[in-house]
Design a protein around this ligand. Structure first.
Ligand code: DX5
Ligand code: ZN
Length: 216
């Protein structure tokens, strides 16, 4: 079954607890937490303190932490300790990717690898065995509310064709319509910011996504 992770970046920050409650009551499978460092992307967002606070208020909720950072290796321990369930780093960083993924697993988290729109998915082939999920960016990372890039779908198809069985997530511009394109391409987990947090009936949006055929 298709999973849906609301991206808390689209939440009203001053009402974060209520927003998360609303999403969980609507049937969200977990939460996507975007961490931006103002270097890897031209924006700043949250810190490990948010992950810790979510964990305290919502024990057991899956926290999918997306590190848009140049030097995630220095912070994975802090995020794991704060309560991250999965930690995703970017393939574009000039770091020891295999080592970072191994360390994330050692810390007891699911290890994720993400590709920006301009990064060929073939470039992560060497790390496929070392990661537990792949996050395909369907917008340029840094901001919510951008337009979905349908031409990223071949990346998911490539991974499925080559036998990748673990979760594939798409992130950016996902709504009930673009979700269908993702599901057709073999994506099984949808990160949704604006389209879900600003929806009048988020439960209906989640139900519509869940009803899409899972192609794995
Ligand atoms: C963008 C973030 C996304 C963002 C998605 O850099 O990684 O998670 O919150 O927001 P929407 O769904 O509004 O495009
Ligand atoms: Zn994200």
């Amino acid at each position: 079954m298709i999973k849906v992770y609301p991206s808390v970046l689209a939440a009203d920050m001053l009402r974060m607890g209520e927003e998360i409650t609303r999403m969980l009551e609507a049937g969200a499978d977990g939460l996507h937490v975007d961490i931006m460092d103002a270097h890897f992307v031209p924006n700043l967002s949250y810190s490990p303190a948010l992950v810790r606070a979510i964990g305290r208020r919502f024990p057991g909720v899956w926290q999918d932490v997306h590190l848009m950072m140049d030097n995630p290796d220095r912070y994975i321990g802090v995020f794991a300790d704060a309560g991250a369930s999965a930690i995703t780093v970017h393939a574009e960083i000039d770091r020891d990717i295999a080592g970072i993924l191994r360390d994330i697993r050692r810390l007891g988290c699911r290890a994720g690898l993400s590709v920006k729109p301009g990064t060929p998915v073939e470039s992560i082939a060497p790390y496929i065995e070392s990661c537990d999920q792949v996050l395909i960016m369907t917008v340029e990372p840094g901001f919510g509310g951008q337009k979905f890039m349908a031409d990223m779908m071949p990346k998911a198809r490539f991974l499925r064709k080559n036998g990748f069985k673990a979760p594939i997530l798409t992130d950016g511009g996902i709504n009930a319509d673009t979700a269908a394109l993702c599901a057709q391409a073999g994506v099984d987990t949808l990160v949704m910011g604006t389209a879900l947090l600003k929806a009048e009936d988020p439960a209906a949006v989640i139900r519509a996504c869940r009803a899409l055929e899972d192609r794995i």
